[in-house]
Write a protein that binds this ligand. Structure first.
Ligand code: DC
Length: 444
């Protein structure tokens, strides 16, 4: 995950968002931000300075003169105003009563929104509030809205206050919650509402652990690579056109058995590997669907090539270290219904013969839960092998074999031994295609 995560969690008072945002921050190594604390901080400052908290004309000049300092402590943002940290005073009865008026002032909101946006430079954030997904970070994909029925929220807030020994506030809890809800959702400036695209969770009947799990699952889901997001369709088609023409001219390529390739659903296209010609020989003629290939990460470092590979959906692979990330990407793509091409032998053959499968192949096939089309490519070794040092004008034939179904793969069981058997089955099907082709038994 290279992009910085900004997790926006909004909702009414006592909906559980503080506890959830804090725990999510903890689990994902983000910095927790309680945005309401800034509105409370301003309220506290005004009360300390004896400023009328209902009058924006008096509040704003004092605010603009104040000096704010932010820092991260124990995974959360804390701040001081003019050198003093308000701390527990932010939760005092006086602050609670006046904060809704302060939070309704457009000038104040502008000030707070700016400060909140700047916190991004501290690192990934899990921020809770009322307008985080709608106003502060509307572009973040991680938007959540937590809600709970008023009785449940009153019950939670009551328990919280009793635990603190605050009996006076506990008695009025329902009424004050209702007043605050009303003010927060009817004010003109950034009223509390569900942001576009926010994931709504009703927490009334769930405990914190369930809600946190739901949030984490949703984030994981949003981060799954999506085929459409990785492939630029026009560039992909143009690349196929150019490479297809080049292969026709240079190798008089023949492609057989394309009817064996399903048009939709997760699919693995598994081929023998003898040459740099193999990926384009498969991809350029499989026109019924786009295919993701894998390529060495070093190729992605070449400026133009790297740019191009990324836009045609190629997955970067660190072959030296056995790339877990590439594996995960491929599995997510397969589970999401995309086609992924792989070479079970791992690397190009040295002598033109088929090689045994690499151990990871069976794992990928089992976890991707997709059927496999075995492919035999004939002639690419003669046309451009590891030793030949360049392209020779030799004929190439690509044969797409009959589908190995998911059921056939599942019958091989699970676990390490089964993964080995899956790899062997695929190579055996490729070997059958080779034999049939060499005996002249395959015609279109
Ligand atoms: O979440 P809290 O109770 O600490 O919030 C205090 C007040 O600030 C409350 O009236 C809602 C308001 N607020 C807001 O308007 N926007 C936010 N992003 C956070 C809080």
């Amino acid at each position: 995950m290279s992009k910085q995560r900004i997790i926006a969690i909004d909702g009414p008072a006592a909906s559980g968002k503080s506890t959830v945002a804090r725990e999510v921050a903890n689990r994902l190594n983000c910095i927790y931000v309680d945005s309401g604390a800034l509105y409370r901080g301003i309220t506290w400052k005004m009360l300390c300075d004896g400023v009328n908290t209902k009058n924006p004309l008096l509040v704003l000049p004092v605010l603009l003169k104040s000096k704010w300092k932010f820092e991260v402590r124990d995974g959360a943002v804390v701040f001081s105003i003019d050198g003093v940290e308000p701390g527990e005073a932010l939760r005092s009865k006086e602050v609670c009563e006046a904060v809704s008026d302060i939070a309704a002032m457009p000038g104040i909101r502008k000030f707070v929104v700016n400060r909140l946006r700047k916190l991004k430079k501290l690192g990934p954030l899990s921020m809770e509030g009322r307008d985080i997904a709608s106003v502060v970070f509307p572009k973040t994909p991680y938007k959540f809205y937590l809600d709970a029925n008023p009785e449940e929220r009153a019950k939670r807030r009551h328990a919280e206050l009793m635990a603190k020994g605050d009996l006076e506030q506990a008695a009025e809890v329902m009424e004050s919650l209702q007043q605050r809800d009303e003010k927060d959702s009817t004010r003109k400036a950034a009223p509390l509402k569900v942001a576009d695209g926010a994931y709504v969770i009703d927490t009334s009947r769930y405990d914190v652990a369930d809600v946190v799990r739901t949030v984490l699952d949703r984030i994981a889901d949003l981060e799954k690579p999506r085929s459409e997001a990785m492939i630029n369709p026009r560039l992909y088609r143009a690349t196929c056109d150019v490479l297809g023409l080049w292969l026709k001219v240079c190798t008089r390529i023949r492609v057989l058995g394309l009817r064996n390739v399903p048009k939709t659903g997760g699919l693995i296209i598994a081929s023998n590997h003898a040459s740099y010609l193999d990926p384009p020989a498969i991809g350029a003629f499989c026109r019924m669907r786009s295919v993701h290939f894998m390529a060495r990460d070093t190729l992605f470092r070449k400026p133009l090539l790297g740019w191009h590979l990324r836009r045609v959906g190629v997955i970067s692979l660190d072959r030296e270290r056995g790339d877990v990330r590439a594996m995960k990407t491929a599995i997510h793509l397969l589970q999401g219904g995309a086609a992924v091409s792989l070479f079970p032998e791992g690397t190009r053959t040295m002598d033109g013969n088929l090689q045994p499968p690499k151990p990871g192949v069976g794992f990928l096939v089992a976890k991707g839960r997709a059927p496999v089309v075995p492919v035999y490519i004939h002639g690419s070794y003669e046309a451009w092998s590891k030793h030949s040092g360049g392209l020779k004008r030799k004929p190439v034939t690509v044969i797409f074999g009959q589908l190995i179904t998911r059921e056939e793969i599942q019958q091989l069981g699970s676990g390490r031994d089964a993964y080995a058997r899956i790899g062997e089955l695929i190579m055996a099907r490729i070997a059958e295609l080779k034999e049939q082709f060499e005996k002249g038994l395959i015609h279109e």
